[in-house]
Design a protein around this ligand. Sequence first.
Ligand SMILES: [Zn+2]
Ligand SMILES: [Zn+2]
Ligand SMILES: [Zn+2]
Ligand SMILES: [Zn+2]
Length: 356
Amino acid sequence: MRLSDIGFQEELFYAKILRDPNGCWEWRGRRKSPGKPRKNGGHRARYGQFGVYYTNRPGRNSKGVLDAHRLMWILMNGEVDDRLKVCHTCDNTACVRPDHLFLGTQSDNMQDCVEKGRHAMRSKTHCPNGHEYTEENTYLMLGRDGYRQRRCRECHRSRQRTYAKRKYQAKQSPLKQKKSVMQRLHLTGDNETRFLLKTERTAGGCWTWKTGLNANGYGQFAVKDERFPVGDKRRYKTRRVHIWSYENFVGPVPRGLIVRHLCHNRACVRPEHLEVGTHKENMQDAYDANRLFNQKKTHCQHGHEFTEENTIYDKPGPAGRPKRHCRTCKMARSRRILPWEAEYMFFLDSGLDRSI
Ligand SMILES: [Zn+2]
Ligand SMILES: [Zn+2]
Ligand SMILES: [Zn+2]
Ligand SMILES: [Zn+2]
């Protein structure tokens, strides 16, 4: 965009800038609204805004709004590349001082924000189970978005313990010890015989799958297809056992439905404990049994416990389940006054004209 493409009241623009003796030029005019909080708790950047009109657009389309710092960049340099963002070296979204501005891509800007610890994710001080993100308790992992993400060591250790226990139990199983028998059976036995040998009757009437569980805790099974000869790749197909069990002993699974457990035990493969249903029904059941991820959180992201007094129940979402908020954090947010707002209130009280 070029300076010749836009028109605006230059005097009014300069009148809205307060030259702070500490360095930044604060924008006193309208600011972009923070918007609804995002999923990670962050808000839209509160850049200054200023009305302009486009000289090359007709009628109603000619009116527009530009970010104040972007307009300042155009004013100083004559033009700006539409693909690039105007960023701040001073991390003050209200600043429009020309030598505090530089050009960068969106991803440069976000990386800068994360490195300086200003990203909303970085404002979290505690993990969902209430462990603090201290130096010793944090490790970094490369996330899918390309940034290093913080993980809680305490929770990691507890997960590792669960996996180790599961592995140990599988090793202790009598089936694993009689490996040669199983190997022979793998070649000669039919699917049903192998299925029954690999299950164990446990408390609550469940048939627990003892040999292989996948990462999510469901049993896995190499289902044999007799139509293909020995050595053919297609002879064995890995399937989740509870689905195979339902199809084999009860009937086909209708399109769009899932096989779900009535006993909340993912390793269970007993046909009587299985049922077909919708994903929605399954989620509601998990909610009733207190098994959902957000439900299991005991602390907010700043380490306050979700006790009865500290919890605000929001109106239910589309699934009809109420949301929880931390009362302490919510109160703190409503009291918070931004530094520039505090200064502005002082300026209104003092009755002095400091706008130029
Ligand atoms: Zn600045
Ligand atoms: Zn933790
Ligand atoms: Zn069961
Ligand atoms: Zn809190």
